[in-house]
Ligand binder design. Structure first.
Ligand code: UD1
Ligand code: MG
Length: 464
């Protein structure tokens, strides 16, 4: 099989996005648009990939971060034809076909690309372009054919006549070309059009004029080749991608109670028989085990959750890990660096940060656990606070196995509680507590009988 080279166009500003960010860095499914295209193109195992950058080039380069691509700079964005021509040097010695893709068409599938390349080779074409027939073709370049249906040329919407604008067959901006034909023909492209740009699709008309064979392939599902030029299109595309990802997980045995309000990013993994309730967002590299139950309103980013975990209503969790069988929530916040061992229970209004919590331990109500290591089968009473910050530095708290921390206790770090320690209710612990010891604060409790009535009477007198 002949080699394939890829030219990915990502130099444009994307004026219609009305953004400080280059268009290709806007995200769907949590990932910049051009990375969707790049990852799909890489599935074809191309011999060479060139990305044409220009507007905010450094930011685009930075967003990729990987190796194995050639960056081509298009100093001034003079049009898509000019952009491809900028990559000429990178392919001067390249023997294979060149696949040209736009960075703003993120849902293009590997299958579609393979179909286009196969057709190009079957037809022995100089150029093959992908087309779609759209109910609403506005915004796209139109395909012009003669009365026999033979391809003549393309016309951009801004240059099209009223009649041409009624044509529903459009170019979706994906092409396969013979390298030599491509660069030679591009040099003949002029910018005498409404936008004063060098249009890549102009090589269609020029090629036909020279008697070269130009083929077209119609894309099976036009939604996959939608380009993004506006925020509205971005939102629509996000929805299409979401539906596609959600379907994939439902097909794989995950229950989504309300797919319309379930947002699963591309890098997420979910085990079978997990049930996910409404308003759930699973982001980044999140991994969820089998038979988990996420009741709803959950926002999880870069987390790892073992099998049979239950997240009750409203859990926010970032860069943390939960081992099998744990129960979290409702209304819990697990911040980065938190690890919950097997069967841990974290209840309502509990916040944990960099907290290592051992198997079977429970912290069920109104608690802050920050920079703490807790052993097994410990019970953290309601209203316990690890005071990890003194206004200058952060300190660690260590709590052993089977410790009983009474409600309303404050543990002033750095501090350590040994195994089987017992913290009486409402204790401020400032010193380390040995294993098995009781710790409490001396505090006399006094009861004054009749105090309330006396007080009320006094208040009445002063009021009058
Ligand atoms: C382009 C096509 C149009 C097609 C549509 C499909 C042209 C002239 N028009 O229009 O026929 O129907 O895509 O989505 O090709 N870019 C550069 N350098 C530039 C200009 C653009 O790298 O100088 C990049 C952009 O970053 C973008 C891509 O090329 O990734 C397409 O540019 P865009 O402005 O979105 O073209 P469309 O108007 O959508
Ligand atoms: Mg576009």
């Amino acid at each position: 099989m002949t080699e394939i080279g890829v030219i990915l166009l990502a130099a444009g500003r994307g004026t219609r996005m009305k953004s400080g960010l280059p268009k290709v860095l806007h995200r769907i499914g949590g990932k910049p648009l051009f990375l969707h295209v790049l990852e799909t193109a890489k599935l074809l195992q191309p011999r060479r990939v060139a990305i044409v950058v220009g507007y905010s080039a450094d930011a685009v380069r930075h967003a990729y971060g990987g190796a194995e691509v050639t960056w081509v700079t298009q100093e001034n964005q003079l049009g898509t034809g000019h952009a491809v021509l900028s990559a000429k040097q990178s392919f001067s010695d390249f023997p294979g076909d060149l696949l040209i893709l736009s960075g703003d068409v993120p849902l293009v599938s590997e299958r579609t690309l393979r179909t286009m390349i196969a057709r190009h080779r079957e037809e022995k074409a100089a150029l093959t372009l992908m087309t779609a027939v759209l109910d609403e073709p506005s915004g796209y370049g139109r395909i012009l054919r003669d009365s026999h249906g033979a391809l003549k040329a393309t016309v951009e919407e801004k240059d099209a006549t009223e009649e041409q604008r009624r044509i529903q067959e459009v170019s979706v901006g994906a092409y396969v070309a013979q390298g030599e034909f491509l660069f030679k023909t591009l040099e003949q492209v002029r910018n005498d059009n409404r936008q004063g740009e060098y249009y890549l699709p102009d090589i269609v008309g020029i090629g036909i004029g020279h008697g070269r064979k130009i083929a077209t392939v119609e894309v099976g599902d036009p939604r996959e080749m939608m380009g993004i030029n506006t925020r509205e299109e971005l939102a629509r595309m996000e929805k299409t991608l979401r539906e596609r990802i959600n379907k994939r997980w439902m097909d794989a045995g995950v229950t989504l109670k309300d797919p319309d309000t379930t947002y699963i990013e591309d890098g997420v993994t979910i085990g079978r028989d997990t049930i996910i309730g409404p308003n759930t967002q699973l982001c980044g590299r999140t991994i969820i085990g089998e038979r988990c139950q996420i009741d709803g309103t959950a926002f999880l980013t870069d987390v790892e959750i073992g099998d049979d975990v239950q997240l009750k209503f409203s859990v926010v969790m970032t860069s943390s890990r939960i081992d099998p069988g744990a129960i979290v929530g409702p209304f819990a916040h697990l911040r980065p660096g938190t690890w919950l061992g097997r069967n841990v229970h974290i209840g309502n209004f509990v916040e944990a940060k960099a907290a290592q919590i051992g198997e079977g331990t429970k912290a069920n109500h109104l608690t802050y656990l920050g920079d703490v290591t807790i052993g097994r089968d410990t019970n953290i009473g309601a209203g316990t606070i690890t005071c990890n910050f003194d206004g200058f530095n952060k300190y660690k708290t260590q709590i052993g196995d089977r410790v009983q921390v009474g409600s309303d206790s404050t543990l002033v770090a750095p501090v350590a509680l040994g195994d089987d320690a017992y913290v009486a209710t409402a204790t401020t612990v400032r010193r380390d507590v040995p294993a098995g010891a009781l710790v409490y604060n001396e505090r006399q409790e006094r009861v004054r009988e009749g105090w309330t009535e006396n007080k009320r009477n006094k208040m009445k007198v002063t009021k009058d």
